[in-house]
Design a protein around this ligand. Structure first.
Ligand code: ZN
Length: 426
């Protein structure tokens, strides 16, 4: 029997364990925000990985956004050395999940198994991927105890709120540096036969238009900031949205609709603050003297972030030229540069070979429309040999009745184990 046949057998024999592990992880509700039960899930992973021969470290992201004694940002990094020198393969999973939301027909934190699917918040994004990577690693160690190099598994906080108390914090402290780690696989739910090379860029900004407050019965004595913002939106509709839609990328972004530049108007608010729901009075008659809009611009690897910003400013300047009394300010809130790992990078090649062996067809290469923790590994860690690969259907992430398929997890675990064999047995 070949080593790969033995790996396949080892993983098949672990099906019940994989299901139980996934259920256990779902049953620890790590809702973020505010970021709860991080210590509990890290303790659980600590017990599991210590048993598998890993040395573990618990790292709290002191002072990171959101970290407090009430809601501490705990992370776990586990490492197991092989018997001889070689590369280090790191599996990184975020341990947080997003809010439950409405529309569930099952208990979101019960981990119910029904017709080969495990249901729950985080099942697909991404506790199923975390469980699959642990089982893959354990099966690999069982068949190849004398492997070269090292294996690391991390469970990190706060990916859903930017990753600053998780991967960014660890990357700043050298945990994702080329001196320590060679290959990174993030088991996000991109699909079992797809390799995600990276993501588009992000530019968030807040635009504010200024007006002048006056009595609402005499609007001509004031200047309406909301009408000014209306002119901005009109100009965006006429020029910016069509220009963005026409700008296509060579990045293989999925879904197809995201294979272009996009802009979302995230929020808009003008005039007096909204009152609490229990306020029963009427509003007061005022001309609004301010209106704020948050925009979320997603850009392509072919675009320069300076040009992205200049294009929005040009729209505002054009409105100013044509509109008496128009005045605005713009403030950047957040920026992330796009990233895309080369297709011939070693971790891409190893996972591509493993996908071809498990599924009998070539892997699809994709790019994520939104960002994930690869941004910190790339920018802070300076580690370019990184991909997202894991089980689950991306469209189910953050939805009600989220689930992960057991068969998908088993197949993904085989791919991960084959890739380990490829990278660490030489
Ligand atoms: Zn995720």
């Amino acid at each position: 029997m070949t080593r790969k046949d033995r790996l396949t057998q080892e993983i098949a024999a672990r099906e019940a364990d994989l299901v139980a592990l996934t259920q256990d992880l779902i049953r620890i509700p790590t809702l973020n925000p505010p970021g709860v039960n991080y210590r509990e899930i890290c303790d659980y992973l600590d017990r599991r990985l210590t048993e598998a021969g890993f040395a573990t470290e618990m790292i709290r992201a002191h002072g990171a956004p959101g970290d407090s004694d009430r809601h501490p940002r705990w992370n776990i990094v586990a490492r197991r050395e092989g018997t001889r020198p070689g590369a280090c393969v790191h599996f990184n999973s975020h341990i947080d999940v997003v809010e439950v939301g409405h529309g569930w027909t099952v208990d979101p934190f019960d981990g119910e198994l029904r017709n080969g699917k495990i249901y729950g918040r985080g099942a697909c994004d991404m506790k199923g991927g975390l469980a699959a990577s642990i089982v893959a690693v354990e099966a690999f160690i069982a068949t190849c105890p004398d492997h070269a190099g090292a294996i690391e598994i991390s469970g990190t906080a706060d990916e859903e709120s930017g990753g600053f108390g998780g991967v960014a914090y660890l990357a700043e402290r050298g945990y994702f540096s080329p001196e320590r780690v060679d290959h990174v696989i993030i088991p996000e739910p991109l699909g079992k036969d797809r390799i995600c090379l990276g993501h588009r860029g992000v530019w968030w900004a807040e635009i504010e238009t200024h007006g002048e407050i006056a009595h609402g019965s005499m609007p001509f004595l004031g200047d309406c900031a909301i009408r000014h913002m209306g002119a901005v939106i009109e100009a965006m509709e006429a020029q910016l949205f069509p220009a963005l839609a026409a700008r296509r990328t060579d990045m293989p972004v999925v879904p197809e609709g995201a294979r272009q530049s996009t802009l979302n108007i995230n929020s808009i608010h003008g005039g007096e603050p909204e009152q609490d729901e229990d306020y029963t009075g009427l509003p007061s008659p005022c001309v609004p003297d301010r209106c704020r809009m948050v925009i979320d611009r997603r850009f392509l690897i072919e675009e320069d972030i300076g040009a992205v910003e200049a294009e929005v400013r040009a729209v505002l300047e054009a409105v100013r030229d044509g509109r008496p009394g128009f005045d605005y300010t713009i403030r950047e809130l957040h920026r992330v540069l796009p990233t895309m790992t080369e297709r011939d990078a070693p971790v891409v090649a190893a996972v591509a070979r493993a996908v071809a062996e498990v599924f009998g067809h070539a892997a699809d290469y994709v790019v994520s429309p939104g960002t994930y923790d690869q941004k910190h590994i790339d920018r802070i860690g300076r580690l370019k040999n990184c991909i997202a690969y894991g089980p689950g259907i991306l469209d189910l992430a953050h939805k009600p009745d989220e689930y992960v398929g057991v068969e998908d997890m088993l197949q993904s675990a085989r791919v991960m184990a084959f890739a380990l064999q490829d990278l660490l047995s030489g």
